[in-house]
Design a protein around this ligand. Structure first.
Ligand code: GDP
Length: 197
């Protein structure tokens, strides 16, 4: 897919405030620092379309971007901060869960995990929740350039082993590097083929 236009639309603090759900939508989520902004910018060929939150946990807004005037890219706030209060965490989970479960134009959720780490409890729990909730999602491994290929592959295999403990069928997996722009075309191709417009 050629990215002709990529425009920021709005930030929403509630799922009800999101733009009219009149276009197919693809959302990106992951822990803070997973490389979400970098990957979005690499895919869109922009330097700073998506902005790093800076202070983890502070930016709890849903950001919508209109791409090629025919689909929405949604940048969701990161999950799993150690340094926020229980109330903040609950509010945040409510925002994310409500968005994911109620946004009826959401075609796919891309769940980003850092390929440098072995499977992490917080990511596995979120992925399990997606599966149990029937959310259409894919797993995107980030920062693959930081590892020797065989180590990245082993970490991906370890994830598969963990997920197979619960699920027979696994979601689509992508191995990416924003730095090298690896895996970006594969994600964009998936979006193109599932985008009805
Ligand atoms: P976000 O908080 O998930 O949006 O993460 P960022 O995109 O801001 O990335 C967090 C840090 O990881 C930054 O220092 C990035 O430069 C770095 N980073 C992100 N993606 C990559 C990548 O593909 N390769 C490498 N080597 N570093 C990356």
């Amino acid at each position: 897919m050629v990215i002709k236009t990529a425009d920021f639309v709005k930030s929403s603090g509630k799922w009800q405030e999101c733009p009219e759900p009149n276009l197919p939508e693809y959302a990106f989520i992951g822990r803070s620092n997973v490389g979400k902004s970098s990957l979005i910018n690499a895919m869109m060929n922009r330097k700073d379309l998506a902005k790093t939150s800076g202070t983890p946990g502070k930016t709890q807004l849903i950001n919508h971007f209109l791409i090629n005037e025919n689909w929405y890219l949604t940048d969701l706030p990161g999950y799993g901060y150690a340094k926020v209060s229980k109330v903040q965490r609950r509010d945040f989970e409510k925002l994310i869960n409500n968005y994911i479960l109620n946004r009826n134009n959401l075609v796919n959720l891309f769940v980003l995990v850092d390929s440098r780490h072995s499977p992490q409890k917080i990511d596995l729990e979120f992925i399990e929740w997606c599966g149990e909730s029937g959310v259409p999602f894919s797993i995107v491994f980030t920062k693959a350039d930081k590892l020797k290929p065989n180590i990245a592959i082993k970490n991906v295999e370890d994830y598969k082993i963990e997920l197979h403990k619960t699920w027979e069928d696994l979601p689509e997996l992508y191995i990416t590097s924003a730095e090298k722009k690896a895996g970006c075309n594969e994600i964009l191709n998936f979006i193109q083929t599932t985008n009805e417009f």
